[in-house]
Write a protein that binds this ligand. Structure first.
Ligand code: FE2
Length: 294
């Protein structure tokens, strides 16, 4: 387990934790290969931002829908559904009945339209229809996985411990500095090597910060949420169902991984003979034997 008891304690106390070098060197190298295929040239520019920026970088996709799980390639998908991300989310929720509700690649450079000082905010308004209470069984866990190193100049995420806003209704969900300076005065900038992960909650104030020098930050937002709560979640995965990477991923994924996207589990009453035939027709490379009635 890559989240140690120290990490778990830190999260409980502060509502966030940074796990440096969460990814192995091999996972990071393979992830970089996937990223190079998805957004060619970005990593090279990250390594040397004094070189001219490749032209296509200046017009990157406009919405995160265009860079959402499942990704072309295997490593980013495997990282998204890494058992330890699930395990840590399960610790936070107190149970393992979870699904992955978000996985978007996020990439920006100095001067990019996303390069700005965000206001201190909490994220819940587009992750739940209602309100994230202290009742742990409904807790979502958000992750930001860093695929490039982040230093003070490269738009570090700023986070403020929930020790500074205990016992209040978190509304409004964002504040300008003059409205609530303490959130900004107590912020910690997440500076970490490539392969690190920031975990935070829907009750944790944070913000993106602007670049101070030329460079790139490539990351991935991943969020896990308790299942069986129709009010939770940012997307429906079938929205990706017409994309070729979706087909490829479904065919190769494990039963557990599919379950994290909301596939009916083996033994679910969904799996009648027509369902088996229809899913086999749609995903000819998928091993359906686990879903066949026993
Ligand atoms: Fe946010």
């Amino acid at each position: 387990m890559r989240f140690t008891s120290k990490h778990i304690d830190h999260y409980r106390q502060h509502g966030y934790v940074v796990v440096e070098n969460f990814l192995t060197a091999e996972e990071l190298a393979n992830a970089h290969q996937d990223i190079e295929n998805i957004i060619p040239g970005w990593l090279e520019y990250a390594d040397n931002p004094n070189k001219p920026m490749p032209g296509h970088m200046q017009d990157p996709p406009r919405t995160r829908r265009q860079n959402r799980f499942p990704f072309a390639g295997e490593q980013l998908n495997a990282i998204t559904l890494h058992p330890d991300l699930r395990a840590f989310a399960a610790i936070n929720a107190g149970h393992n009945n979870l699904f992955c509700e978000q996985a978007d690649l996020s990439f920006k450079y100095q001067g990019h339209r996303a390069d700005r000082e965000q206001l201190m905010h909490v994220d819940y308004t587009n992750h739940t229809l209602v309100y994230p209470t202290v009742d742990q069984q409904y807790w979502q866990t958000a992750y930001l996985i860093y695929y490039t190193a982040v230093d003070e100049g490269l738009a570090p995420t700023a986070v403020c411990s929930w020790q500074h806003y205990k016992d209040e209704i978190l509304w409004p969900t964002s504040y300008k500095k003059h409205q609530r300076a303490a959130l900004y005065d107590n912020e910690i900038k997440v500076v970490a090597p490539a392969g690190s992960v920031l975990a935070y909650s829907m009750r944790t104030f944070h913000r993106g910060t602007a670049f101070k020098r030329s460079g790139v930050r490539i990351g991935e937002f991943v969020t896990y949420a308790p299942s069986d709560c129709p009010w939770l979640g940012i997307v429906g995965w079938s929205e990706q169902g017409d994309n070729q990477p979706f087909q490829a991923w479904v065919e190769k994924a494990t039963v557990e991984e599919r379950g994290l996207l909301g596939f009916p589990a083996p033994g679910d009453s969904y799996w009648n003979s027509e369902a088996l035939a229809g899913v086999a027709a749609r995903f000819p490379g998928m091993d359906l034997s686990p879903y066949k009635a026993t």
